[in-house]
Unconditional design. Structure first.
Length: 272
């Protein structure tokens, strides 16, 4: 195995890193307390230092190439023909993905989340370019920043949750009923929705949004998406996000649990 691939594998086994934490975060690394325990953050930082002229797309492409090379090396070590595995799974997985993709594309929840993204982007863009925006309070600026950050993530995580659930229905693989990718993705979407609703309400109140302004429609639209997610993924909020929802790990405890391994869960408080 190439030395840099072996080094990557060795680093991934380091229990100081939280496995899979980067899959269920909001990607706001500058505000994250887990950056030094996130393998993706560390790898990206080092890659940027080594190749400061590389763009994001180039870095992602290099990462994918390394991932495939690691899988090939593992297959070679275990005496498995990588090409045979690839051929055996390709058609079945492609067919399943195509059917899942068609199902998700026609899903009302998917369309509703995309409607929010299409409506949110131009509003935020117009606000950021407007003259009064620069005179508004820090609270308003923070609200706009939160909405801007989450506007595409809500749609992307909703889509990922729906794709995961649809693919699961077509597969025979066993998954934990709570600790699975579609619940994790739905939870991230719902957390982003909750933060975005508060931000929109701040804009309405602090920014004095006039009656009839499209801004006033956004909290209700997000509320509909959130209600649909809650109905479709009733156990999503019970999903334990690696690190973020584990107080002992957040306090510094080491962990080797994979993202989809069952975890101890704190009971949620029932609504009065």
């Amino acid at each position: 195995m190439k030395p840099h691939l072996q080094a990557l594998i060795d680093r991934a086994a380091d229990r100081r890193f939280v496995p899979g934490i980067y899959n269920y975060c909001n990607s706001r690394c500058e505000r994250c307390p887990f950056t030094e325990r996130c393998l993706t953050f560390i790898e990206n930082r080092e890659e940027s230092a080594r190749h400061p002229d590389k763009g994001v797309i180039d870095c992602v492409q290099d990462s994918l190439v390394d991932t495939v090379d690691v899988i090939k090396a593992w297959c070679e070590r275990e005496g498995i023909d990588f090409e045979d595995v690839q051929r055996a799974g390709s058609k079945e997985s492609d067919d399943a993905y195509s059917r899942a993709d068609a199902s998700v594309s026609a899903d009302p929840l998917h369309r509703l989340a995309r409607t929010y993204a299409r409506a949110g982007f131009p509003i935020i863009d117009a606000l950021q370019k407007s003259a009064p925006f620069h005179a508004w309070s820090a609270e308003v600026h923070e609200a706009v920043d939160a909405i801007s950050w989450h506007v595409s993530m809500i749609s992307a995580k909703t889509s990922r949750a729906l794709h995961g659930l649809a693919a699961h229905a077509l597969e025979s693989l066993a998954w934990d009923e709570v600790q699975n990718d579609w619940n994790g993705s739905a939870k991230v979407a719902r957390l982003a929705i909750a933060e975005s609703i508060v931000a929109w309400l701040t804009l309405i109140d602090e920014g004095n949004a006039p009656e009839g302004s499209p801004i006033r429609e956004m909290p209700a639209l997000l509320g509909r998406i959130d209600a649909a997610l809650a109905e479709r993924f009733p156990r999503a909020m019970d999903f334990v996000r690696p690190g973020f929802d584990e107080p002992d790990v957040a306090a510094g405890a080491l962990t080797a649990l994979a993202p989809f391994e069952p975890r101890l869960r704190r009971k949620r408080k029932e609504a009065p």
